[in-house]
Write a protein that binds this ligand. Structure first.
Ligand SMILES: [Zn+2]
Length: 244
């Protein structure tokens, strides 16, 4: 399969132009990839921060809830202490022996409740201390990640600016080169590029560099004659032989 050309001189020139277009497209593809990598780094960092923030918020809510629960226990303790105090005052006024011992055991019960509550509060206090320390660590981690993102952003912005400038330049170069290629060849080129980014491929060890199928002796002959643009019979890509 070969594309017809009217002007003999333009044939080789056309192949060179197509090769140039391919090399520009390769460059653009590389630049696009670099850009995507940088953007995905930023995205990843952002996601990490979001995760850290969510974790920190949850921890904070947990410890706030825990603190409230502890405050309630403190109030309960105060209440019990007041009750015990009042009971002790009343105890002094009781003359009846039976009533006295009943009251005494009631106070004993309250004292036991108080002691339990005090133990509970003490253990909660130490637990809260742990929670607060953990929260502090998480806040530090979040801060560290945010700082890292800020630094990453500065670097990324610089890199992206350079890449965008390069992309702009390659785009202009592509346009200039494409203008010199006839419509038929350019359309074929564009069709192939859209498929998998490869339109012009080198023939190496007598195989197409695109699909790796062996090329026929006739195709090789045509390529050696350098008279026209030769397409791979299997994948339609534009073939060329490396000079020398
Ligand atoms: Zn092929």
């Amino acid at each position: 399969m070969a594309l017809e050309v009217t002007n003999k001189e333009s044939r080789l020139h056309r192949l060179e132009l197509l090769k140039k277009l391919q090399s520009i497209d390769n460059k653009t593809h590389k630049l696009d990839k670099q850009k995507k990598t940088i953007l995905s780094h930023l995205e990843k960092k952002n996601a990490q921060i979001e995760e850290a923030t969510t974790l920190l918020t949850t921890k904070h809510e947990d410890s706030t809830g825990f603190q409230k629960e502890m405050d309630r226990k403190h109030l309960d303790l105060k209440c019990i202490e007041e009750q015990i105090g009042k009971s002790r005052e009343k105890l002094l006024q009781i003359k009846n022996n039976k009533e006295y011992s009943a009251f005494l055991s009631e106070i004993g019960g309250r004292e036991a409740d108080k002691s339990l509550l005090e133990d509970e509060i003490l253990s909660m206090m130490s637990e809260l201390e742990g929670m607060t320390a953990e929260e502090k660590d998480l806040a530090k981690e979040e801060e560290r990640q945010k700082k890292e993102l800020a630094e990453l952003r500065v670097t990324a912005e610089g890199e992206l600016a350079v890449i965008d400038k390069n992309i702009e330049e390659t785009r202009a170069e592509w346009g200039e080169t494409a203008q010199q290629v006839d419509k038929e060849a350019l359309d074929q080129y564009k069709r192939l590029i859209q498929k998998d980014g490869q339109a012009v491929v080198e023939v190496s060890a007598q195989a197409c560099g695109g699909c790796f199928m062996q090329i026929t002796p006739q195709t090789l002959n045509l390529l050696l004659r350098k008279q026209e643009i030769i397409l791979c019979q299997n994948c339609d890509k534009i073939l060329y032989l490396q000079e020398g």
